[in-house]
Write a protein that binds this ligand. Structure first.
Ligand code: AMP
Ligand code: AMP
Length: 361
């Protein structure tokens, strides 16, 4: 386990005048780097050769550390270099998707902006549910196994896989046949069966509010909202129902991009309270709770009930629609504020007040 003491020791070797902000090259890296640069930090990108083109075309990374596999982040070579560069790492969805969260919590000897102990809660479905329930949020009913399915249900895999391999089923039989179909199509593996999580399907639109929990200012800020653009589900409405039946299409949810949203103002009070409640619950689970950005993944029904089906305790790629600003960031900050930059501002605030250890784990 990496303790506060370990982080304090690493930071004591750092030149705080020359801090760099680093992350893995993917997901929301451009957002994080742009924000860091705008606030005057150096940036470090741990990146695959094949993706380096992004960080050359958008020249936002001062250092590229090329790896063959992101798991090299857990090795000594990359970690030593990151410490030499006085790096604070900002975790995002590619960390949860490609790295082992337990290993990260216990073995990554580079300071993280964020609460690494909460990333583990995020990686486990049971952990997430417990957290959301403690916060008093409405969550979809979970089925213990396929034999319990008695209504439309959605089957999902743990971890941020971007909806890949999700499918719908309305009975134990349809679960089994759809599962085999997903395996045959290469979207799932046989051994995924034990890890699949089955939830009641909520009919409504998906809404992903983004928040920023500031430890230094003691507040949860409402940053913006997106919805997702998913293949193939968002393509199905373009095909007449007759043809859908004939083709026997079932929806899949592979994320392709994000679309900005503004909400009915009357929905805001509940969403804002939900953000505060989630942070209060997180303070109990792993003090000081969420450090920095987080997102609730919700579905809003036609009678305006808000169901939360997931939480991400770190920056989400949906905030990329707000690089520059969002309507809600504008309302608070005027132009030019977005999640990547807000992270850099928080680090600067912490440095100015001599409180940097409070925002690192
Ligand atoms: P990637 O590095 O693009 O594979 O992203 C890592 C994980 O983050 C993916 O498995 C997705 O679950 C998630 N992700 C990536 N991009 C987005 C996005 N634009 N919106 C939501 N989730 C995303
Ligand atoms: P995720 O990767 O968890 O963001 O979810 C991918 C897709 O599945 C999104 O379009 C969600 O709206 C949808 N989804 C997830 N859980 C549910 C649920 N319980 N009911 C309805 N749709 C869901």
């Amino acid at each position: 386990m990496i303790t506060r003491g370990d982080i304090a020791e690493i930071i004591s070797e750092y030149d705080l005048e020359k801090l760099a902000i680093g992350t893995i090259g993917s997901h929301s890296a451009l957002n994080i780097f742009k924000g860091a640069k705008e606030e005057g930090f150096k940036t470090v990108c741990v990146c695959k050769e094949s993706d380096a083109i992004v960080y050359k075309k958008f020249p936002l990374a001062d250092e590229l550390l090329i790896v063959e596999d992101f798991s090299e982040l857990m090795g000594d070579r990359i970690q030593e270099r990151l410490r030499e560069l006085n790096t604070i790492l900002v975790p995002h969805g590619s960390f949860t998707a490609y790295l082992d969260m337990r290993q990260l919590a216990e073995g990554l000897r580079v300071p993280i902006f964020g609460n690494r102990h909460l990333l583990r809660w995020e990686a486990s479905r049971e952990g997430q549910e417990e957290w959301l329930r403690r916060a008093g949020l409405k969550i979809p009913r979970a089925f213990k196994g396929p034999e319990e399915i008695d209504r439309l249900a959605i089957a999902k895999l743990p971890g941020a896989r971007g909806g890949r391999g999700y499918f719908l089923a309305n009975s134990p039989e349809s679960f089994r046949s759809k599962f085999s179909e997903m395996v045959a199509r290469g979207l799932l593996r046989e051994d995924d069966a034990e890890r699949i999580h089955i939830q009641e399907y909520i009919l409504g639109v998906n809404v992903y509010p983004h928040y920023f929990s500031s430890i230094i200012r003691g507040d949860v800020e409402f940053f913006g909202v997106d919805k997702r653009y998913e293949s193939a589900v968002d393509a199905m409405g373009r095909i007449p129902a007759d043809d859908q039946l004939w083709m026997r299409i079932s929806p899949t949810y592979t994320i392709v991009g994000n679309i900005p949203l503004t909400l009915r103002e009357s929905i805001l009070p509940e969403l804002i309270r939900m953000g505060d409640d989630v942070q209060r619950a997180a303070e109990e689970l792993a003090p000081p709770g969420i450090i920095g950005p987080f997102c609730l993944e919700t579905i809003i029904t036609d009678d305006l009930e808000i169901f939360t089906f997931e939480i991400s305790a770190r920056i989400v790629a949906g905030t990329n629609v707000e690089i520059g600003t969002s309507p809600y960031a504008y309302l608070r900050y005027g132009g030019g504020m977005y999640t990547g930059r807000r992270i850099a501002v928080e680090i600067k605030d912490a440095l100015r007040h001599g409180r940097v250890l409070e925002i690192l784990t």
